[in-house]
Design a protein around this ligand. Structure first.
Ligand SMILES: NC(=O)c1ccc[n+]([C@@H]2O[C@H](COP(=O)([O-])OP(=O)(O)OC[C@H]3O[C@@H](n4cnc5c(N)ncnc54)[C@H](O)[C@@H]3O)[C@@H](O)[C@H]2O)c1
Ligand SMILES: [Zn+2]
Length: 358
């Protein structure tokens, strides 16, 4: 068991942030943003810090995963060094999962580690990336190849940041929430299926509050799992639901026309819920309801049976596999996990046939 990471569901960012930084005695404050969050999100923080005598120092890196590189990391380290960061400095990562992953790693390694606070600004980073202590960068063509496990001192979730986020990125995060709902319980799952349409207008306070409560539930599921298994020896594999097939779709899409991670997870869930039905007795009606929801909101990435060999090859290469079998996390029911499952190539092909027909 690891100490539970502090996560604050904020109703008032000024107050949550003041409290969080007051708990980390620091000599110098740094804020890491990417080129987009510098415009969309930073002004809110600046207004909070403007009364301070020493305003925080800003470090900016390029936006999107393409910049989750050693070059960007090196830039962050250099900036920290040039601007006089010490072992007692504090870093705030303000951005999506790219910024929280890279910033978390930069903070964890600078002078053997300085404290950091995550303020995630995408739905995906709120419910997934910013919690759980995984930090890192892409390297040598591989995602998240270099990194460490190290919790942020505090994670502050404020859904008002989502007002500027595009619908596709909202949906991408929502797919991870759906995964958490399936892992959790029937009531949580049903609530998620019922409330996506309501999220169209994030200017509406009621909508934001609803989203905030769904985010809180979702992040609680992830926290519960990572606290029991911080370094992915067992239970944390639950979080891989939808990801064995999902990662293969994501990599195949990268060879053609890239898709957002959450969309790949949604498609992966279709195939893996089918596998759950045939292998671990997941109820067919719940599978059909989930699949229709995904079809309606996420559409479909077109594949043919000619893609099966490549998809299977990608699944075999997934770093989460041990030995030659392809590993899955399946469900026997909503909230009823079966980790360390395997499926034969024929069963996987049958699941891909189902995906193509849904
Ligand atoms: N550490 C983990 O456990 C974990 C889990 C899941 C994903 N991840 C990582 O997270 C990353 C994906 O996260 P992501 O989807 O947040 O990607 P991202 O950080 O690249 O953000 C997506 C885009 O949205 C922009 N953006 C961010 N906040 C915005 C806002 N409020 N308004 C408008 N635009 C905004 C970003 O600048 C970027 O262009 C990947 O690198 C992935 O590996 C990590
Ligand atoms: Zn994911």
């Amino acid at each position: 068991m690891m100490e539970q990471q502090k996560v604050v569901i904020s109703q008032d960012l000024r107050q949550s942030l003041s409290q969080a930084i007051a708990e980390c005695k620091y000599d110098h404050l740094f804020i890491l943003v990417d080129e987009t969050t510098a415009h969309c999100c930073l002004p809110v923080l600046e207004s909070i810090f403007s009364p301070l005598n020493t305003p925080p120092s800003l470090i900016t890196i390029g936006a999107t995963d393409q910049h989750k590189t050693l070059d960007s990391l090196s830039h962050v380290w250099s900036e920290l060094q040039c601007m006089g960061a010490t072992r007692h400095s504090l870093m705030i990562n303000l951005g999506g999962g790219m910024v929280t992953d890279l910033g978390g790693f930069a903070a964890s390694t600078f002078k053997r580690g300085i404290p950091y606070i995550n303020i995630p600004t995408t739905l995906l980073s709120m419910v997934d990336a910013s919690v759980g202590g995984k930090t890192g960068i892409n390297f040598g063509g591989l995602k998240n190849e270099i990194g460490v496990f190290n919790n942020a001192n505090c994670v502050i979730l404020d859904t008002t940041f989502l007002r500027t986020l595009d619908k596709a990125n909202i949906l991408s995060g929502y797919a991870e929430m759906l995964k958490h709902g399936l892992i959790d319980c029937e009531a949580h799952w049903a609530e998620l299926l019922a409330h996506l349409e309501d999220l169209d207008n994030l200017e509406n306070m009621e909508t934001l509050e609803k989203l905030s409560s769904l985010v809180a539930k979702s992040v609680a599921v992830k926290q519960r799992i990572v606290t029991e298994d911080p370094t992915e020896k067992g239970l944390r594999k639950a979080l891989n639901l939808g990801h064995t097939v999902g990662h293969a779709f994501e990599s195949l899409a990268l060879e053609r026309k890239p898709i957002l991670h959450g969309y790949a997870v949604a498609y992966g869930l279709v195939a893996e819920l089918y596998l759950s039905c045939i292998k671990t007795g997941f109820p067919t009606d719940k599978m059909r309801q989930t699949v229709s929801f995904i079809k309606e909101h996420y559409g479909r990435m077109a594949i043919t049976c000619d893609d099966y060999p490549r998809l299977l090859e990608l699944m075999h290469h997934d770093k989460k596999n041990t030995g030659s079998a392809i590993n899955f996390t399946l469900l026997a029911g909503i909230g009823d996990l079966r980790i360390n499952q395997t499926a034969t190539e024929d069963e996987i092909k049958e699941a891909l046939d189902f995906y193509r027909e849904f």
